[in-house]
Design a protein. Structure first.
Length: 306
């Protein structure tokens, strides 16, 4: 059994003349929960659709569970649980009917897991889909996805619009899914606190490229925030090595940097940075810095090995 659950190599996708996904490479280790972050339109959903074989790449290749994404058979797809934003369900069905409809497609259906999952979201089997709240629809969608007992779970923004109680239920269910160590989850989300709570690896996409690919702890350990007094000449910021993002707050400038060292310190002194204060970056600060930066699409972060 391969130690890699998802792999992308040189993956590229154009729509017309516009590149949406640009020459990306990454690997998701088996048994991990990986958070995929990126602004709207940066290529996350396109990447996921290529991974599960719903979209062909313009160039490059990807594989899931050791199988080329473009060659997935029905039995291969039964090993992958895929839930999309919106949680599509037939409104005229009851929750029980949704299970009957779905279970006939999968040979390893776990009815007990389905019931345990909907119980966690406070849903009864006889409730009509049309009567479900958005959070309950997410719960039914997740229960349908997990009850096929997939080896790989791919979720595209599953918590969008959910209240705190249902978000917690969703997060706990994902963590229980991977606790055996041989199951893997890839979670695309804009909710940084949820990602921080459940993910052990992070992928950050910026302008269609992978800017960060590392364990979550590594991101937090290597990124720091500095507050300095600088004049209005922002061209000087280009002299600071490994700068991720800079923003002004009043008369002071907040810099987010990776691998701060004596070279960084010397550069700040040369450009006139005064009254320097430096602190470790929280996860959300580090992630937002990468998502916000406008210095180009190339990464200043050297990805570490899985």
């Amino acid at each position: 059994m391969s130690e890699i659950a998802i792999e992308a190599s040189g993956l590229t996708r154009y729509y017309g003349s516009k590149p949406i996904v640009r020459q990306i490479d990454f690997a998701v280790p088996r048994g991990s929960v990986t958070g995929l972050l990126g602004l709207n339109g940066t290529g996350k959903t396109t990447t996921i659709r290529i991974l599960v074989g719903l979209l062909a790449p313009t160039r490059g290749r990807s594989a899931v569970l050791g199988i080329d994404s473009q060659q997935l058979s029905p039995s291969d797809r039964a090993r992958i649980g895929f839930a999309v934003e919106g949680h599509f369900l037939y409104n005229w069905m009851s929750v029980a009917a949704c299970e009957r409809f779905q279970s006939g497609t999968f040979p390893r259906w776990d009815s007990r897991l389905f019931r345990d999952t909907i119980d966690r979201f406070g849903i009864s089997l006889d409730t009509k889909v049309s009567q479900l709240s958005r959070g309950q629809r997410a719960g039914v969608s997740l229960a349908l996805t997990l009850s096929s007992l997939p080896e790989l779970l791919i979720l595209d923004d599953p918590a969008l619009g959910l209240d705190p109680v249902n978000r917690r239920a969703l997060n706990e269910t994902i963590l229980e899914f991977v606790q055996s160590g041989d199951r893997t989850a890839l979670l695309s989300s804009h909710l940084l606190d949820d990602v921080e709570r459940i993910a052990d690896r992070i992928l950050i996409m910026v302008n269609g490229r992978i800017a960060v690919d590392c364990p979550l702890e590594s991101l937090v350990d290597r990124v720091s925030c500095c507050t300095v007094e600088l004049d209005d000449d922002t061209t000087k910021l280009g002299q600071i090595p490994r700068l991720i993002h800079a923003r002004r707050v009043g008369k002071r400038c907040v810099l987010t940097l990776v691998d701060f060292d004596s070279q960084t310190q010397d550069a700040l002194q040369r450009i006139g940075g005064e009254n320097l204060s430096r602190n470790p970056a929280a996860f959300d600060e580090a992630a937002i810095a990468y998502l916000s930066r406008s210095r180009g699409s190339e990464s200043f972060f050297t990805p570490s090995q899985p």
